[in-house]
Structure formats: C-alpha cells, structure tokens
Design a protein around this ligand. Structure first.
Ligand SMILES: [Zn+2]
Length: 436
C-alpha cells in the first residue's frame, strides 16, 4: 500500500461516514471484507486462537480484535483507540420553526465545534431514525440525504459592523439552518420530509410511523487535496475519522500472529461518559468476555500497550505565539506525541520511549507537543482508557490545523505516517522491550 492509495481510501471512508453510525457501518463492512467475524453482545461467544472478531454497540462504537495464532491471551494486546464522533449540529426532536416564509430546523450544538465555520456552507443531514413498521416491529434505519439541503446564512456585515472583531453567535437564535422557503405554499413539516427520504432510501421497508431520531447536520463538501503540490488534505471530520481509518486498516493488515485490539468509541467530543463512550462499560465488557478469568485478564492488561490516536495541533503560521516555541509541530513531518503534566494526555516517559522506538523501527520521525504553560490543555480518550484499564498508554495524533472547524486540514503525508507506526506496532514486540 502506498500513500496515495491510502489517502484515496481515507477520503472514501470519510465521505461515507457523515455520522458515527455510518462510520461504524463502514468499519464493520471493511472488517467483514478482511475476514473478521461479527460477534453480538446478546449472544454466546466461542472465540478461537488465530481468528479475528469485532463487536459493535448501538452502531456507534466498535471493538475489533485478533487473537494471535502465536500468542496466549495473557501475553497481552497491542491496543489502538480512536473516536467516531465529531463536533456538529444535532436536530432537536421537535425541530420545525416557521419564520416569515422560511422553514428552519432547531439544532443543538454537539461537542465543541468552531461554530463560525458552519455559516454559509452547503449542509446535508444524516443519522438514524427509529420507525414502527407495519408488522409492529421497531427498526433503526440509517438515513443520509446526501445532497446540499440546509444552510445557515450569515447576517450581512451592514447589519453587524463588528462582525470581524466581535462576532457573538447566539446558539438558540443564530444557528437554526434553513431547509425550505415558499411565498404561497404550505411547507411540509420535518417529519414528512424525513418520511419521504426514508421511503426513498428503504423502499422495501413498510414504515408505519417515525418514533424518534438522532440526526446531524454535516458539511456536504468532499475531502480533497490542497496546495500547489497537493501538500495538504482538507476535509470534515478528520478529527477523528483519520485515526479510526488508520486503526481499522492497520488491524486488517497486521499479520495476526499476535494479539491486537482496536477500540473506536463514540462521544469523545462531549466527555466519553456513555454506553458507547470510552468512559463507559463497553471496552471492559469486551475484555471480560475475551479473557473471563480475572487473574489472567489482569496479567494480560499488564502486558498490553495502548496507542490512543486523536489529531494533534500543528503550529499555525499566523498564530505562532499560541504554541510553545520549543515544541513547534509541523505538518508532513510525523505523528505528534502529546504530553501534559496534568494528565490531560496519558503519555509518560515510559510510553513515550516505547512509541519513539516503534517510530525508529518504522523509519518515521515523531514530534512532541505540549501546550503553552499559560493556556489550558485539551484532552482525549487516552487518560480515560488508561485509568479504566490500567494499561500503559500513549496519546499521539496526526498534526492538523483548524481542529473542530467544519473543514479541517492536515498534511498529505500525515495519515500514512501515523498508519506506518501503528501497523509496525501491531506486527512487533517493541512495547515488550521495556521492563516492567
Ligand atoms: Zn478528537
């Protein structure tokens, strides 16, 4: 696999993953194709050495693992973690807003997005809808309008002379996107628009009634290259589908003689505490079923190593003073190891040394990120999984600019550089070189 082939697959994965549900479906399909066996939480598991499996919870989080043909469970797992969600706007349960001749949708802000970037973009709508069927069953159906459908127009500068110096966004008043307009016709309410879309996407399902939904606005523009030499990638949801894609590709391409595991968790952008988040029971529950004996499981976790992948901040050329001068992060140079004295990142000298050694063997040069001492630091799922499992953990990520914008930016080499380090990790014993 070369870099351009890898990036092409990444673009396809991001385009087909407007929501965590679609991302998990994409991961499941990819794992199926690569010989992984699907498990269900409500069934008995019969696991065998030399085989690969995956299990999903509510179609928004997945754990995939290979039981290495040359290893026992107590030898531990090479673990990867990433998250499936991204900041966005979620449709409210009773969304219809009629203003003048416009039809608008009420939205809640999901996560901590850069809200200014959501204005004047071609937005579409996707998610899942739970329906009552003609036979009385309740079914969750995926939906994706997959066309420009919604827009949040800016107020013209003539009505807001401070727009470039003090642009306050009132989340309740200013964010509802427009979906339709008519001077003389009665516009259909949102549920009937949704019903028509469901019939279009699922013509064989006899839908009686829409009961509930989780629907999200997303940027319709596709991922692409940018720059005179195509040195950049621009796309929505690079944080953190870039890392989910790296994880699933590495797991599928690992030689499977050793124990490996990937967690793709939901709800990182709002704190990870949920049934499908990294601070929920999902990962513990899967590990308990892989290794039922507590003593053996504790030994396995002690012999494991976790690489938590979430995008890192590259140094912004127009905001040099925002970064620590001794820790400038470049695009296209290598994955960033993320450190924080207050454990906002799980990295310590032990895990950093192991990852640096992995990078050396993979012929990749890592970088080291710390926040300026006078700015608060973000966080990710690394410290959460490290605390829950007690596994030695490192936080790393592909450098990126415009994090949490509707359109983020990374270097064209960055996704593949990260991938090269983690696939080497899955195929090696490097993490075991450090004595306990
Ligand atoms: Zn993230």
């Amino acid at each position: 696999m070369n870099q351009s082939h890898y990036n092409k697959n990444l673009f396809t994965f991001i385009s087909s993953s407007p929501t965590p549900y679609h991302a998990v479906t994409g991961i499941e399909d990819f794992l199926h194709l690569n010989g992984f066996i699907q498990l269900r939480e409500n069934e008995q598991w019969q696991l065998k050495k030399g085989f690969s499996y995956f299990v999903s919870r509510e179609k928004s989080a997945t754990v995939a693992f290979s039981l290495g043909s040359n290893e026992e469970p107590e030898h531990g797992f090479r673990m990867l973690a990433a998250h499936t969600d991204s900041p966005c706007l979620q449709i409210k349960p009773q969304p219809d807003i009629k203003t003048l001749s416009y039809q608008q949708l009420g939205v809640e802000v999901y996560g901590g997005g850069l809200l200014g970037t959501w204005f004047d973009r071609d937005l579409s709508l996707a998610g899942r809808v739970v329906c009552e069927m003609a036979d009385g069953n309740l079914i969750a159906l995926p939906v994706d309008f997959n066309r420009p459908l919604l827009i949040i127009p800016s107020i013209a500068i003539h009505f807001n002379r401070e727009a470039n110096t003090n642009n306050n966004i009132d989340r309740q008043k200013h964010l509802p996107p427009i979906i339709a307009q008519s001077i003389d016709k009665q516009l259909p309410d949102f549920k009937s628009i949704l019903f028509d879309q469901l019939k279009l996407e699922h013509p064989k399902n006899a839908i009686e009634e829409i009961l509930a939904f989780d629907l999200f606005c997303y940027d319709f523009q596709k991922p692409g290259y940018m720059g005179i030499n195509n040195e950049f990638i621009v796309s929505a949801r690079l944080d953190n589908l870039l890392s989910c894609h790296a994880g699933m590709t590495a797991l599928a391409h690992a030689d499977r003689t050793m124990n490996c595991l990937l967690l793709c968790a939901n709800h990182e952008e709002n704190g990870s505490t949920s049934a499908t988040g990294a601070d929920g029971s999902f990962i513990d529950s899967v590990l308990e079923r892989i290794i039922p004996a507590l003593e053996t499981r504790r030994i396995a976790l002690s012999n494991s190593f976790l690489i938590s992948m979430d995008n890192a901040h590259a140094t912004h050329p127009n905001y040099l003073d925002k970064m620590d001068p001794a820790h400038q992060i470049h695009l296209n140079k290598g994955p960033a190891i993320k450190l924080n004295a207050n454990q906002r990142y799980a990295t310590n000298s032990l895990s950093a040394a192991v990852y640096k050694h992995i990078c050396k063997e993979a012929n990749v040069t890592p970088q080291e990120f710390v926040m300026r001492s006078d700015l608060p630091c973000g966080s990710t799922i690394g410290p959460i999984t490290a605390a829950r499992l007690g596994v030695r953990t490192i936080d790393v990520g592909s450098p990126s600019l415009a994090m949490h914008s509707i359109r983020e930016l990374t270097g064209s080499c960055d996704p593949f550089l990260l991938y090269r380090t983690i696939v080497h990790f899955l195929n090696s014993d490097t993490h075991k070189r450090l004595s306990k």
